[in-house]
Structures are given as structure tokens and as C-alpha cells.
Write a protein that binds this ligand. Sequence first.
Ligand code: GDP
Ligand code: MG
Length: 714
Amino acid sequence: MEKGKTIRIALAGNPNSGKTSIFNRITGAHQKVGNWPGVTVEKKTGFTDFKGYRLEVVDLPGTYSLTAYSLEERIARRYIIEEKPDVVINVIDAGNLARNLYLTTQLLEMGADVVLDLNMWDEVCKSGADLDLEKLEELLGTPVALTVGHRGEGVDTLLNMVVELVENQSDRHRHVPITYGSHLEHVVKGLATLIEKGSSVSNRYPPRWLAVKLLEGDEEIEKIFSDDNSANAELKGAVEAACEHIHKTTGSDPERVISENRYGYIDGALREVIREKPRDRMELSRQIDLVLTNRLLGYPVFLVLMWLLFQLTFSLGAYPMNWIETGVEWLAGLGTTAIPPGLVHELVVDGVIGGVGSVIVFLPNIMILFLGVAFLEDTGYMARAAFITDRIMHFMGLHGKSFIPMLMGFGCSVPAIMTTRTLESRKDRVLTTLLIPLMSCSARLPVYILFAGVFFPDSAGNVIFLIYLTGIVVAFLIGRFFCKILFRGEVAPFVMELPPYRWPTLLGLFIHMWERAKIYLKKMGGVILVASVVLWFLGAFPRNVDYSVDYDAQINSLESVGTPEVETQIAELEAAKAAESIEKSYIGRLGHLVEPVIRPLGFGWRMGVSLLTGFVAKEVVISSMGILYQVGEETEESESLKEALGDPRHGITPLIALGFMLFVLLYTPCVVAVIAVRREIGTRWMFFNVLYQVVLAWMVAFLVYQGGMLLGLG
Ligand code: GDP
Ligand code: MG
């Protein structure tokens, strides 16, 4: 290959082997994210210039194998076979060689030019393992690089090996056949020869690989052959005979025998390569798992961890929340003095600062929640959570794999819904997507924090925990229900990955937290700002209100008295005037329009308006309330919202507050999430989703309120 040419590189590896970390290190800022043709699986591509070459890199989907069972596997292998990248960098978790090399054997068999990247090398060093790397290079016929992906160590050496490989200077590279043990080997060879002789297909694919795939009963490859009539009949017969032979001699099916032999091959190789057994990282993990994934202990530990997380979110978050509140108040004060009274003043102070300010105070809570989730994820606990929930997920016809998207739903439904792409069956994707919005996303947290803080001040953390729990329980019941009436069918089995526990790095935690917090902040600047302004407009117009009382005259006459006693009277009059003005505004009319529907829930029109506006983004529920309830109390912006909600004048009781929180939990997700639902599962399901959630929310709030009243709790 000449200098200045492009080298096309594909990154292949198991999930969590560090592919994306390596990809990021290689390509830096030159990345493009799109979809693989025809499917909604993310495709990351990027490039960099290295030693006079242009390296174009593709981050293939993470897979354990390259069969045709899952979408990811099909994408990865099609890319390697059909696009023929110049080099495949096979990223491997070096602490877990035996399992990771399984994919390697298949890459080699496909005839790819592989550079083996033993990633997570830091952990291997820590474990005290001693590997004979030259031996490994020799046995597999591939250059071996050592990297620490998230720190970028060894990436240059890795790229050097890639360049060396294409320049053909690498004497470490030769195509080594993966052998299958004497019995099987014989069969594979025979078939490969037959394929090579009789079929044009073998011009395009390595015959040995085709032979193995046919033995495995790979449908995609079978189809390629049936499209190619020349060799079909004879080959088909030979494959059938071979399969039967394997079946008879081993007593199990060829696919299994092949996979066992691959592991045998790897075991054999590793026995020569590993000089010193590592202090087994998996062993310690296994010990911990005896408790954490225990049939009895697993669930309570999970619940306690979640409970702790929400307690922390609420109690620890209260401190920075106060600081931000003070900041917002200061800003509002500044606006009040700096801008002369009038429309602009109202727009800035009430609309922008009031609306965005009442949402931004919850940022610390959300950051703490995200930090906690990042911690649980990075340590490897989340994978355990998926594991222990597998059996429960079966209850609604799903399995543990759907647990991760659902769990992500606690952050934000939108990315969560997008990760349902990784699920294999359409039924799983649809059902999981429908249930994700029931996982209380972080946008709803401000509503709970506010209401629980005002109406359940002594047990706010518990109430919030309970709300989240309700979401989960309802999801289970609904899931079960949908599974029974909408979908029937088998649950496809799959392996639950249990990576070893890791102590997370501080930087890693913050990066993962920040990735999510960024979404929240972006929303604040965009959707919520716009919504706040629109809301303010709807609340401030029309201007020429027909007041029932001539407030101005009364205030004027009181002001002329000028004694301190009338001060409170004046304040009350001003509040009443503002209240009437907003009631007669567009937003007030809207509220009165929906009032009959929500009256059986105990909600007033202001709550109705807030819920309507919450469709834009759930945080906007709070912004609306900020605008609707803070009328006439322009000092101490956010403090007054709490006071106003608790004010008996508005008639919100703890029972109503509870119903309201549940309604916010259960009703239609925000518009962005609805769009995501449509993109993933289609328009009809989107409408279904919106409808079922509104009905569900209404019914639950109804039951809570009416039931509570019957019990005399109101
Ligand atoms: P992918 O699923 O293969 O794309 O893997 P990622 O690149 O997302 O990495 C998975 C996790 O492993 C992340 O938390 C990384 O920070 C971490 N990681 C990546 N490379 C290394 C490494 O070399 N050593 C250690 N200790 N962690 C790593
Ligand atoms: Mg990745």
C-alpha cells in the first residue's frame, strides 16, 4: 500500500471490551454517528491521519459471536465480509481472554486481517497475570497490541501495528486456520473442498468459513447458496450427511459441537500462553455475587440500594439547591430593579427567570441521581440488577435484557427508548418501549421534590421512593396485561453478561454523570425557555381584564391612608387582583376548560394547566406552577412557590398532592419521548402509548383521591 492512501479499519469486540473508548481515542473529534443501512442500530465512523495514511475507522456493534441470530452480529459480519476492511482491530478484555477470543476465532476464520488488541491491560497487570504474548502472536498469527482504552495508553503502538500490517512488514501476520479437533476437522475440510470446487460463492467468501457456517445451519449463508444454483443439490446433500455424521458420532447437534471445539481451541492456546495464573478477578466477583445475586438476598439489597440513592438525591441535594435558589432570587431581584415596570420586565422576571429558575434549582438533585446511577453502572452492579430481575421480567414476557433500557428510563425516556434497538424481537422492543415511560424520568423528579417537600416534609425521601416504586409496580402489571392481550409468544433465551466488579474511576463517574446532565441543561436552554415564555404570554394576555372589583381604586385609597396596618391589606388586594388577572387570561381559560375532567381527581384548574403544559417537558409542570401560583408575590421567587402551594387558599391537601404526583408519574411522556416512541415502533403504537398512559394516570389519581376521601383522609 502506498503512502497517503486510506486504510479502512473496523473495530470488533465483545460489548464492554472498550471498543468505543479505543474508537474515541483514535478518531478524537472526527466522528460521525449515523445508522446502519436499513436498521436502527447506531453506526459510528471517524477518521484520523497517521503516519501519512488516512485511517477510516468504523465502530462495529459489540458482539460475542458472529452467527446470524442477532441484528448486531449480522451487521458486524456483513461489514467484515462484504466491505472487506483492510484491518480488523479486535478489541479484547484481556482480563477475560477465554471468552473474548471466541469472537477472534471467528474473525480469523472469516479471513480478516486482524490486529488483536488486548485492552484493559491495566487490570491484567494489577491481577498479577503473566502472559507469553509472543506465543499468542505466533499461535493466532496476529500482531498483539496492549492498550488501556479509557486512558489512551498504547493506542499509538496499536496504530503502528495496523500500518505495519498493511505495509506487509509484519512477519507476525499469517493466516492460521482455526482447527476443530480430528473428527470435526475432517468434515469441515471435506465440505470446504467441495465448496471451493463447485461454487462461485467461494470466490467471495473463505470456503472454510462457509463450510462451518453451513454446518451451524446459518440461514443467511444457506440463502446465499440457494441463490446460487450451480452447486446447490450436491452441496446440500453433503451438508446434511455431515450434520448427521456429527450428530451420530457426538450425540449433539453440529452447532454446539462447533462452538465447543472453538472453546477447546482457545483453551489449548491459552494453556500455552498463560505462564502465571492471574489472581482471579472473576473469583472475587463470584464471591460478591454469592450475596448480590442471591435468590433471597438479591432483591432486598437491590431495593435498599435504590432507596439509599433516592434518600441521597433528596437530602444531599437540598444544600446546593438552596444556593441556586438564592442565586435565582438574586437574579430576579436584579431584574426587578434594573428593568422598568412593563411588559419586558414581566417577561424577563416572571417568564424567563421565574420559569427557567424554578426548574434549574433541581439540577443538583438530578446530578446526584445520575452520579449514583453512574456508580452502580461502572462498578458492574447494574448488570447484576439485570441478572436478578431476569426472572421477574419473565412475568411480563420480557427478559433481563429489557431491564437496562427500562432502568435508563429513570434518567430520560428518550435515550432509553433508543436503546430498545438492541433487543432482538420486535415484541420485546414494542413492549419495552411502551413500559419505559412508566419508569419515572428525572424530569419528573422536580415535581416530586416540590410536592413531597411541601406536603410530606418529614418523609419526603420515602414518598419519592414510593412514587418510583409505584411506577415500577404499575409497569409490571401493565406489562403482564399487555403481554397477555397484545403479544403472545416465546421468550427467546440469551446469556446474561456478568462482567467482573470494577472500582470505578472518579473521572469516569463524572463523565458519565455529565453526559446525562448535559441533556437536562440543554433542555433548560431550549424547550423549557421557550415553554416558559409561551406560558408567560398565555398568562399575561389579554391585558384588558374586566375585574370584578375595582382593585386599583381600593388600593389607591388605602395607600393614601399610609399607616403600616394597611400594608397587608394592600398586599392582599394586589394578590387578589393578580389572581383574577391570571384566571381571566388565556391560560386561565384553558385551565377552566379542562377543569371538569380533572375535578374528580381533586385537581384545580392551575394544576390542570400545569399538566397540559407538562407535555412539552415534564419540568415545565413546575415552571407553569411557578408562573401560576407566584402571582403577586414577586419577591423570593421559588420560596414563594412552596408557600403558595401549601397555602390553604389553593385547597391542595396531601391526598391531592399524592394523586397529582402519581398523575405526573403515569401520564403521557413529554413530546420528545413521544417522537422517540414513534421513531422506534411506529405511529399507531405511539397513539396507543399516549392514550393508555392518560387513561391510566387518570384512573390511578381518581382511585387515590376518591378512595382517600372515602377513608376520610382528605
Ligand atoms: P464498548 O462497549 O466495547 O464500546 O466499551 P466502552 O468503550 O464503552 O468501555 C466500557 C467500560 O470500560 C467503560 O467504563 C470504560 O471506561 C472502561 N474501559 C475501557 N477501556 C478500559 C481499560 O483499558 N481499562 C479499564 N480499567 N477500563 C476500561
Ligand atoms: Mg460501545
